[in-house]
Design a protein. Sequence first.
Length: 402
Amino acid sequence: MAEALIYDHVRTPRGRGKADGTLHEVTAIQLATQTLAALRDRSGLDTRLVDDIVFGCVSPVAEQGAVIPRVAALNADYDESVPGRQLNRFCASGLEAVNTAAAQVMAGQADLAIGGGVEAMSRVPMGSDGGAWASDPQVAWKTCFVPQGIGADLIATLDGYSRNDLDRFALESQQRAARAWQEGWFSKSVIPVKDVIGEVILDRDEYMRPATTLDDLSRLKPAFATLGERGGFDAVAQFRYPQVERIEHRHTAGNSSGIVDGAAGVLIGSEAAGRKIGRRPRSRIRAFASIGSEPTIMLTGPAAACERALGRAGMSVKDIDLFEINEAFAAVVLRFMRALHLDPARVNVNGGAIALGHPLGATGAMILDAVLDELERRDLNTALITLCVGAGMGTATVIERI
C-alpha cells in the first residue's frame, strides 16, 4: 500500500457566521475557490496532475450544493480534467474528506488529491438540508433523537462536570487562541479572503473574544435549558438514560463552539507525485478510522475512534505528541481527555472551536492544518486529530511528520 503524504495545506480565516460577519458577503463557492487557488499558487501546482478533489459540506443545498468542489475547481481555473465530489459526515466532514483523498492515494487509485471542506453558515444555516433523523417523528422516536446541546449537557450531568469546569476550559481555549494569533503561529497557513473587487476583507479569525474573563462566562445563561425542558428533549434523554434524575444544563454560548464561515484544503499525494510537483512532503497519514456510538448522547465517539485509528497504525496514546479534538462543547473535550488519560497541555494547544468557531464542513481539515503547523513549530513528530459527529459517530486521523 502506498503512503499518503501531505505536501501543503491552507485555510481561510473563520468569519462570524451571522449577517454582520465579515464573510457573509462571500459565498461558499468563493471561499472554496480562493482556497483551491491558494493551494495551487503556493505549490506552483500544475492542476492537470490532480486526480480528485474531495470536500466536506454539511448542508450541501442551495448555493452550497451541486458538487461544490468540482464547480470551485473550475471557478479557480483548475484544469477541466480535475473531478470533484462532496461528502457529509456531519462535523467530521472536512477530516473525512482528507481521509478519503488519502485512501485513494494509499490504494493507488490517485497520485495527487485534495481533501478539505467548506461551510458558509451565515448564508446557509445549519440544518438547511433537513433529514428524517430530526424531522420524522417515527425515526426521531426510534433513535431517541435529541439536539447536540442536550447531549453535551447529558455528558456534563453524567460525568459531573460543573459549570465552572466548562467555563474554565472555555477560557483556556480563548487564551490559547489569542496567544497563537498574537505570536503569529497561524499565519503560515491562513490565506486572506478577498471580496468581489479583489480587496482583502478578512485575514484573521474573527470569532475570538480574547478579552473574555471567567466572570463574563459565568454570567451567560444556559443555551439549551428551554429546548430541553419545554421542548421535551430532556425527557427523551432521560428515557434513554433512566439513571439520570435531571439534566443539568451547563453549556452556554461561551463554552460551546461558535457558528462561523470558512474553508480549508489539504494537498495529499504519493512519493512519486511529490517528485513531479517538486515538493517535499511535510507529513504522512499513518491511519484513520470512523466509528458509530450511542446516538442520543451522540458526542462520545472521539475516544473510540482514536483507539481504532491508533490500533491500525500500531501505536498507542503514548506515541502521540499532540492531540487536536474539535471543541464542539467543553464537556466533549473534558470527557475525551479523561477517557484517554491525557495531559491537557498536549490537547488543543492553540485553542479550538470554542474560541475560533466551527465551520462544520471545513473544521476537520482546519484542525489537521493547525496541529501539523504546531508539530513543525515545536519540532515534534506525531499528532492525532478527532471530532465528535452527529447521530453518534466519531472520526480520527493519525499523522506523522517527515
